[in-house]
Design a protein around this ligand. Structure first.
Ligand SMILES: Nc1ncnc2c1ncn2[C@@H]1O[C@H](COP(=O)(O)OP(=O)(O)OP(=O)(O)O)[C@@H](O)[C@H]1O
Length: 349
């Protein structure tokens, strides 16, 4: 074969290979697109979307919402917990936090039902708003308002180096707001609601750093004549009231204890399960108790707090102690806790 014939053969082979590879890539891309479309259609077909009526959501089209939902990727994840993954979803310039719970494990399905039952009717400035939900054969979604400042634990314990620590007035505002939210659940909702998982990662912060109680996956509705609800022990280690381990009974006083632990986090900047406590064979609640008894509260205050009103901080330590009273009958209820914090607030100079 002449050299020009060889060259022509090479060029032909290259062209054919190029065209075949293009065809293969196109087929693969088409298959991927078709699979995605099928997933969207399947989830849209068997599912039911419910949006609660509100000025924010009335213009939202469920199909468009679900299509946007299906396009979310790992980049859109803003958090994840024991029950699901939380994504940020923006549609028509409105931002939502969408919690996706894969179906299959009964406790997750129960968590979803509890959350919808407990939160469906709640409207309170210190409780995160549930805008709606979606039920499909493979998964469930909970659609919340997005809290731009994330959760309190991020600010207290998982802060980036360059971020400023929370100042005392903000900490106090968060404490009072969270207390009002929990008191509303205990005293004003009918039936009363026990949250059962009060902790700093379930206190979210809006654009003004106002506290909003969230995550009602363990919440329990209390019948009108009940004082407690018997359950298996659930909740988060470090926040559970001592009597809960013995009795397995969820009561509003259990939430008060957990709120006391959150107050200690705000005051000391320490996590209830801080490694240093485990090494010393103690825990945050016991350590603070000793410090308060010795009247040395200043030594326990978060070292990130440079300027703080000593008297006010001591009074908040005293409120925390009332929440952490080991005997639930002697422990204050949430209405009393709000009152004590409001009194401290009104005495500010
Ligand atoms: N409405 C929201 N707005 C902004 N961020 C949110 C919202 N809801 C949840 N998040 C973020 O997602 C994280 C996970 O929330 P989720 O309620 O699923 O779990 P958790 O409370 O952290 O843990 P667990 O479920 O194990 O108790 C939160 O800590 C928070 O940072």
């Amino acid at each position: 074969m002449t050299s020009s014939a060889v060259l022509a053969l090479y060029i032909t082979i290259c062209c054919v290979a190029f065209i075949i590879s293009k065809i293969i890539i196109s087929v693969l891309l088409y298959k991927r697109w078709a699979r995605k479309r099928r997933i969207v259609e399947e989830s849209l077909s068997g599912g039911k979307m419910v949006m609660f009526r509100s000025p924010t959501t009335q213009s939202i089209n469920s199909k468009a919402f679900m299509k946007t939902m299906m396009k979310l990727t790992n980049k859109d994840i803003i958090g994840s917990g024991g029950y699901g993954t939380v994504y940020k979803l923006t549609i028509d310039d409105m931002a939502f936090a969408v919690k996706r719970l894969n179906k299959g494990r009964t406790e997750r399905d129960l968590g979803f039902e509890r959350e919808v039952d407990a939160m469906g009717d709640i409207k309170h400035r210190n409780i995160v708003t549930l805008h709606g939900y979606y039920i499909a054969p493979q998964f469930n979604l909970l659609i919340y308002e997005l809290m731009p400042n994330g959760s309190l634990d991020l600010f207290l314990h998982r802060r980036m180096r360059e971020e400023k620590p929370l100042e005392w007035p903000t900490r106090f505002k968060i404490a009072l707001g969270a207390a009002r939210g929990i008191a509303y659940l205990h005293h004003d909702c009918i039936p009363h609601i026990i949250h059962r998982d009060i902790k700093s990662s379930n206190i979210l912060l809006d654009q003004n750093m106002e506290a909003r109680v969230s995550d009602f996956g363990l919440a329990t509705l209390m019948g009108p004549d009940n004082t407690h609800v018997s359950t298996v022990v659930a909740g988060t280690f470090g926040y559970l009231a001592p009597e809960y381990f013995d009795t397995g009974k969820a009561t509003t006083k259990g939430d008060v204890y957990s709120f006391g632990v959150v107050l200690l986090e705000l005051l000391t900047g320490k996590q209830p399960t801080d490694e240093s406590f485990i090494e010393e064979g103690t825990k945050l609640v016991t350590w603070v108790k000793g410090v308060v008894e010795d009247r040395k509260e200043e030594h326990a205050v978060d070292s990130n707090l440079i300027n703080f009103p000593v008297d006010e901080v001591k009074k908040v330590f005293a409120v925390a102690e009332k929440c952490l009273e080991p005997d639930p009958f002697k422990r204050s209820d949430m209405a009393r806790v709000v009152k004590m914090l409001e009194e401290i607030n009104s005495q500010k100079v």
